[in-house]
Write a protein that binds this ligand. Structure first.
Ligand SMILES: Cc1ncc(COP(=O)(O)O)c(C=O)c1O
Length: 405
């Protein structure tokens, strides 16, 4: 007799990235010289988690009752309001139309978007290279995932492919939910330019005039980009035609990965629709995790509500960003010289190197003690976890000819 329902009986037992990470750690413990570029957390050059001292201090200073008590279902008002104030600081015309609900990290926001902007059985749309939990999140909510080609022949974002895919989905399922992880796309490393946003905005407006098109900006890595507010600045201009959503996360923003603090943000110009959206998102909170970590929200609210504390945190974070940027330029210098093929990469935790045989390449590198994540047409490198001094060896490993299979 099977108690587990049929569709859940063959779930994968392990996440491929976490099992590669485990092997890398086990081999390193046995004394092997390992480069572990698998997991997306920012490590310093000693291999320790990079943290922000002021955030750590606030965690300790937050009273016990803030940690122990329940939070309101859609989040502490001080938290959601300060996230919105910060996100829309330079877009005051959008701020009154924006609402938010607290979620466990950006992942929770992605979950709520899928459940509220697609009917069961419909598919979200994203780039062909995508963060694999997008697929898991869709599957878990009985939705699907469809993709469009990420890069055109000239290496730019393939807006023609996106245009076609939106048209196809509108015709097939009558609505579109586009996940756009920008800037610092995981896994490719790419950030769209202003020119690309100008075209993107125009095509979204055109489609948005014919059917319900929702765009979720997955801003997980925004603070690691030179211009993290670019997506909202451009897409904010079409908020009257297209549903603009943001998956906001404290994980990378404040190096609070395990605290599970995030928010789904929606810009809804019409007041009645805004009220209905807030209700739908709150209902989703109640129907999934009920409410989120109150202490974590309280810490983030304290940071964002004070110009002084926020400035201090930004200052501390700028050291982390500068360290990562140094790795990015060393990677670019060595990878260009070695002739590696990869998208424009000017910041962020990850980059992907194109390869004709990603599996074989990944296995060869792994045998050399260099752990990266093979994907369909490339291998993902978590440069966030690689010491500066290890980058030349990492690139050499990519550049070595593949041994005969
Ligand atoms: C592309 C992308 N989106 C969203 C997230 C969500 O992370 P969290 O749920 O910790 O905010 C991650 C984390 O790795 C990510 O890489």
């Amino acid at each position: 007799m099977d108690h587990l329902i049929a569709s859940h009986r063959n779930r994968p037992t392990d996440d491929p990235i976490f099992s590669l990470d485990r092997e890398a750690q086990e081999r390193a413990k046995k004394g092997e010289s390992i480069i572990n570029a698998t997991i997306g957390v920012l490590l310093n050059d000693e291999g320790k988690l990079s943290l922000l001292p002021t955030v750590n201090r606030l965690i300790k200073e937050t009273p016990e009752t803030e940690w122990s008590a329940y939070a309101p279902i859609a989040g502490l008002a001080s938290y959601t309001q300060s996230v919105l104030n910060d996100l829309f600081a330079d877009l005051p015309n959008l701020r009154p139309m924006a609402i938010a609900a607290a979620t466990p990290g950006g992942s929770g926001a992605l979950r709520h978007a899928i459940a509220n902007y697609l009917e069961a059985g419909q598919a979200l749309l994203t780039t062909s290279a995508y963060w694999s939990p997008y697929g898991t999140l869709a599957d878990e909510s009985d939705r699907k995932i469809e993709t469009f080609n990420t890069f055109a022949q000239d290496g730019t974002f393939d807006l023609d492919a996106l245009d076609t895919a939106i048209g196809r989905q509108l015709a097939a399922q009558g609505r579109v939910l586009l996940f756009l992880n920008d800037p610092c796309h995981n896994p490719s490393g790419y950030s769209l330019s202003d020119a690309e946003y100008t075209r993107l905005t125009a095509l979204l407006r055109r489609h948005g005039e014919t059917g319900p098109v929702s765009v979720l900006i997955d801003s997980a890595y925004a603070v690691y980009a030179a211009d993290g507010s670019r997506p909202l600045r451009h897409l904010g201009a079409i908020a009257d035609t297209v549903q603009i959503l943001v998956a906001w996360s404290a994980s990378k923003t404040f190096a609070l990965y395990g605290m599970r603090v995030g928010a789904i943000v929606a810009v809804v110009p019409d007041e009645a629709k805004r009220t209905a959206t807030q209700a739908a998102l709150s209902y989703s909170c109640r129907g999934t995790w009920s409410n989120c970590n109150r202490g974590g929200q309280s810490v983030v609210a304290t940071i964002l509500a004070s110009n002084e504390i926020h400035a201090q945190v930004k200052q501390e974070r700028s050291n982390l960003v500068a360290g990562l940027d140094r790795r990015v330029s060393i990677f670019n210098e060595h990878a260009t010289k070695a002739g590696l093929r990869y998208p424009r990469y000017d910041g962020g935790f990850f980059v992907s190197v194109f390869d004709d045989s990603p599996k074989a390449r990944g296995a060869q590198m792994r045998a050399e003690g260099v752990f990266v994540v093979p994907q369909a047409t490339s291998l993902r490198v978590a440069l966030c976890a690689v010491r500066e001094s290890d980058i030349p060896r990492l690139v050499e490993s990519f550049a070595r000819p593949l041994a005969a299979q």
